[in-house]
Design a protein around this ligand. Structure first.
Ligand SMILES: [Zn+2]
Length: 151
């Protein structure tokens, strides 16, 4: 969203796949077992996107069921899409957007698969300052190869 137009942008971790869309619909988290696997996470964070264009590369797809294909970057593996056969809009992984902080989920679905500790995650303890300090030089030494959050 740094360019002069008002497109909403994002992409994979390595930058081989970039996208833009015009408008976002409902944002959700899906707890189903297939989303857990596809994202390698506790749930799948997805938002419906209208007018998606692939501005660099295009996702590879895995057909995860008879109704759905899931897109991902073939180079770096970032999960990117949830595409229902015949639908005009696709869902895109919220974390892949350049500004995920602007896309708050408003509903949870697939709750039959919800992991039992989900409700406690936000209350987990954080590292104490002394403990953080122990890793400070390590963190300072990291050079990121991740594509930046803009085109
Ligand atoms: Zn990539």
């Amino acid at each position: 969203m740094t360019s002069a137009d008002h497109r909403i942008t994002g992409g994979c971790q390595c930058g081989a796949v970039r996208f833009a869309c015009e408008e976002l619909g409902r944002a959700s988290i899906c707890h189903c077992r297939m989303c857990q696997k596809a994202f390698g996470g506790f749930f799948g964070p997805l938002v419906t996107a209208k007018g998606v264009v692939w501005t660099r590369g295009e996702p590879a797809r895995f057909r995860s069921s008879n109704r759905v294909r899931r897109g991902f970057c073939a180079t770096c593996g970032t999960p990117l899409t949830f595409e229902v056969d015949g639908a005009t809009d696709i869902d895109i992984a919220i974390g892949a957007f350049d500004h995920p902080e602007a896309i708050a989920p408003v509903i949870q679905v697939g709750t039959q698969g919800r992991l039992p500790f989900i409700a406690e995650l936000a209350g987990l303890p954080e590292l104490e300052p002394e403990e953080r300090q122990k890793f400070a030089s390590y963190y300072d030494s990291i050079v990121s190869y991740q594509h930046p959050d803009h085109d």
